[in-house]
Design a protein around this ligand. Structure first.
Ligand code: HEM
Length: 70
């Protein structure tokens, strides 16, 4: 486990701060990026063909995206 290690039972007191920092960094990266479907996905029709329903609607396999920083 990333914030506490095995038998020592010691727990990281900075865990919440680390999560908040992580979330704000990811949010800033996403806000400054453009997401496009990768060509290998075969466009919207390719995504449609990969749709599967297992309790929830899911995509069979991976969703490949092309991410460009703006
Ligand atoms: C990604 C970020 C972080 C990771 C992965 C992490 C991980 C850990 C781990 C594994 C431990 C337990 C070590 C042990 O078993 O002896 C620990 C302890 C601790 N961490 Fe973090 N930590 C992170 C960020 C932070 C931050 C941001 C702070 C403070 C602002 C912090 C303060 C502490 C302190 C004071 C302890 C000792 C707790 C004790 O001995 O009771 N950590 N951390």
């Amino acid at each position: 486990m990333p914030f506490s290690t095995g038998p020592s039972l010691r727990q990281c007191i900075g865990q919440s701060l680390a999560h908040m920092t992580h979330d704000s960094i990811v949010a800033r990266m996403v806000a400054h990026s453009t997401f496009e479907l990768a060509p290998c996905m075969g466009g919207a029709a390719g995504v449609e063909a990969r749709k599967t329903s297992r309790l929830t609607l899911q995509l069979g396999g991976s969703l490949w995206m092309r991410i460009t920083l703006r």
